[in-house]
Design a protein. Structure first.
Length: 104
């Protein structure tokens, strides 16, 4: 089967049109990280950033270099907890979301 659109374009188009999809992508990235799959969590967060705010705008809002942010969320990225949670905070503010962790 031939793909007619780039995967990233498809994700971005869906994220623009569907707030629930955006929130779900963001939540899945957090869930993955909390479950110990930090690489998948970072990749999902990278997809979320690319589909929504973009690294240029995120860098401006978070007062960080966009290139540094792109490296942070790359497959070999290893952000500190301070940097990671700082970016998650900025993204929550921008999206108007609040995530809560509950013991189960």
């Amino acid at each position: 089967m031939t793909l007619t659109r780039n995967f990233k374009e498809t994700i971005q188009a869906r994220a623009i049109q569907d707030p629930e999809f955006r929130a779900g992508l963001f939540q899945k990235s957090i869930d993955s990280m909390l479950a110990g799959d930090t690489e998948t969590g970072r990749m999902l967060l990278r997809d979320y950033i690319n589909a929504t705010i973009g690294f240029e705008e995120l860098g401006r809002v978070a007062d960080r270099s966009p290139k540094s942010l792109m490296r942070m969320f790359s497959t070999k990225g290893n952000p500190t907890a301070n940097n990671l949670f700082g970016i998650i905070h900025v993204l929550q503010e921008k999206e108007g979301l609040r995530f809560e962790v509950k013991a189960s």
